[in-house]
Design a protein around this ligand. Sequence first.
Ligand code: HXC
Length: 257
Amino acid sequence: HPFSTIRVERKGRAALITLDRPKALNALNLQMMDEVVAAAEALDRDPDTGCIVVTGSARAFAAGADIGEMRPQSYMDMYGADWFAGWDRFAAVRTPTVAAVAGYALGGGCELAMMCDILLAADTATFGQPEIKLGVIPGIGGSQRLTRAVGKAKAMELCLTGRTMDAEEAERAGLVSRIVPAGDLLTEALAVAETVASMSAPVAMMAKEAVNRAFETTLTEGVRFERRVFHAVFATADQKEGMTAFTEKRPPEFTHR
Ligand code: HXC
């Protein structure tokens, strides 16, 4: 395929996007942003994709946005190109996504991981928003998503000092759902993805949408949204199949309709 900074593989109904600029610790340059977003959107449109895993290398998920590329830019370059706005399209993907993080997830790397729906960390993972040390601030949602994930106390400390968190601290703080031994990370991430992908695709998308609504609205409105979507799942064939299969004591065969 046409990508040069990432690799894309299919694993049944799961798909794997591997960030692949190892010499730069997977620093996220504009080309990589374009490729990740294009790959994720193409997979999202493909009805045979039920879950997308994003991973890096053993040493780095991604060590941030590409500093060399950003360094010479002016305000008007940044504003005119709406630098990093492309990442919003990754966050808007409807198919569930899993970040499988080993090694450094710093700056934009941490932000990309936080844009994914499920965040699995290897015991080698390091998370942080060290932008302040470069004289800048997070620019792909880190100040918002980290604060929502771990609360003001840790988010402020990380964003103001550039201190990083190891996997244990990230799990205690609620940033990651689980820590796995580094050697098992990809296997575990693909197992999670295959599990998600085995569910009804439209219903999984609705579940994702409902959870994400919690970050956008009040409790009353969020519960109301959930109730409307809950009613709507009864229009799917998969609801009938799921509940019939339970009644007949057999595994469901979802048709993703
Ligand atoms: C460009 C990067 C990079 C980055 C690493 N590299 N991070 N290149 N952008 N973000 C390159 C290095 O220049 C080096 O290239 C190679 O990767 C290996 O890195 P080393 O520093 O030699 O490795 P090591 O000593 O092991 O240190 C690893 C590290 C360090 C602690 C992760 O690389 C580091 O601090 N990186 C920057 C982390 C960071 O500040 N991230 C936030 C970026 S800003 P050469 O060619 O020398 O071998 C950001 C903001 C987003 O993400 C939005 C706001 C603007």
